[in-house]
Design a protein around this ligand. Sequence first.
Ligand code: B12
Ligand code: SF4
Length: 495
Amino acid sequence: MNVLLISMPDVAPIIIHETAIHLPNHGIASIAGNIDEGHNVYLVDLVRKRRSITKYLSKVVKKHDIDLIGLSAMAWQYDTCIKIAKFLKTLAPHLKIVIGGYHATLMAEEIAATKDAGWIDFMIRGEGEEACRRLVNALTGTDEITAIPSLSYKKDGVFIHNPKAENLDLSTLKLPVRDERRLTWGYHVMHSKIELLETSRGCTRACNFCSMKHMYGRTFRTFPIERVIRDIDDIYYKRKTRFIFITDDNIVLDADRVMELCDAIIAQNYTGLKLVVQADCVTMAQNEPMVAKMAEAGFASVFLGIENGYKNNLSSAGKGDIIAHSKKAIENCHKYGMMVIGGLIFGFPDDNEESIAGNYAFFKDINADAAYCQVLTPYPKTGMRKNLLEQGLITNETDYKKYNGLWANVRTHHLDADQLQYQFWYQRQIVLGWWDPSSKVRRQGWAWISIWRFLFKPFLKMRFARIMKKYGWEGRYQLEVARWERMNRFQDLEG
Ligand code: B12
Ligand code: SF4
């Protein structure tokens, strides 16, 4: 059987311009690595084909004589996912289509009840490796569709949902696919080649805006360290890539294991290896020796979930008062030369103009190196969504295309959604201003940082000065919003 796994073309410029970062999707790569021998599997990341989706897919489906297509989508990419499913079914009605990823996992029953279901043959909820492996076998007659946990399939045109599978034993998983079966290429962050890697799955913390617990429950599982090293070897020696984004939700939940993992990486003597990962502030603040060891192993940057500088907002996010921890975590990272990308969330129920400005000022004060700013998003099935619904604060309940952290889908007690959207953008310009990379950031990538400092920034400053003169803040904002609106509209999928 010939299988094609596809990730969506939609992008969200939450941290840098959307053209500056193109990552492969790790979910489909891991599923591909676990399909049984005897089948052919190919991968396509449509972020690399944003301008020619239908033409490109028509070519690939024909050339590789595809039988089964797997589509991966988060909530905000689901709209595109269904348009692609519709296009593919119209192109080749014999194709079987399976969807998976966050939206299918969270919303399988709701999807089954809509007309979208007409374009899909199967859904896989939760982890996909085992269910997809068995689905491929079932479609070739060596397994039974009714017996595959987490699979939703159709009987007489109606979806039946098999019971959910147990979480997988990660030690049984084979390595993800990063070879020539990946048909798209050119993955980079600001022109540095990058690959993705997993060392663990899940998180036991309780942030109520996070979708995680629906994927794995509140659990934390780790891959064997020997397997992680084999995976890094694959990236380092075979893909000749030095920059690795670790997809773990919260790698530091087990500090002793992080130490062990770092020792194993250090023992490999990789030259120039740069690792980027997400971690929580509390653990990074309380474990300085672990932070030191991470830096020694090549962890160059870390995403810290700082979220907010106000206790009441942290509390409505299901987080404790982590303000002191955020500061200490950043201090620890900086002490050992690690760059900090701080995650901030705006639009909590009590937020007003002043607190939004205050949160940006807090960010400036704690000295993180780059900001990852989002508007609070009521992702389906989260505790946060339930709370906001009860308070009548969700202004867009159904158009999930806007659920990517860029758009205000909520209002606060003081700002309507349009005002929140504007303040989120405007205060950033006023309080944070132009990004001025710290010396730590400059050391990480002097070439692209120099391009930013000496070419792009002066050019953009001039351009924005002209726009401001002509249209003022409001006009400049409208231009920006129009750009966001256009960003994930794909002409060839419309109509
Ligand atoms: C790494 C990561 C990122 C990375 C890059 C990921 C990438 N390659 O594009 C960065 C930091 C850039 C990022 C950005 C964003 N992310 Co993100 N990210 C993650 C994270 C932590 C890990 C994803 C991952 O690779 N996991 C490992 C792989 C193996 O697991 P997986 O992707 O879930 O795939 C498995 C299953 O889902 C399933 N599956 C997946 N696809 C398919 C397809 C088929 C056919 C089948 C059968 C099964 C299947 O099987 C896979 C294997 O078990 C997740 C949380 C999480 N743990 O998943 C959030 C997460 C996916 N991100 C999320 C979001 C919203 C975003 C952003 C929009 C903004 C934001 N809020 O951060 C941006 C958008 C990025 C863009 N494309 O422009 C949300 C999605 C929420 C939702 N309900 O849709 C998540 C769940 C985090 C959360 N807040 O809850 N992200
Ligand atoms: S620490 Fe991160 S992964 Fe864990 S629950 Fe909070 S947001 Fe989700």
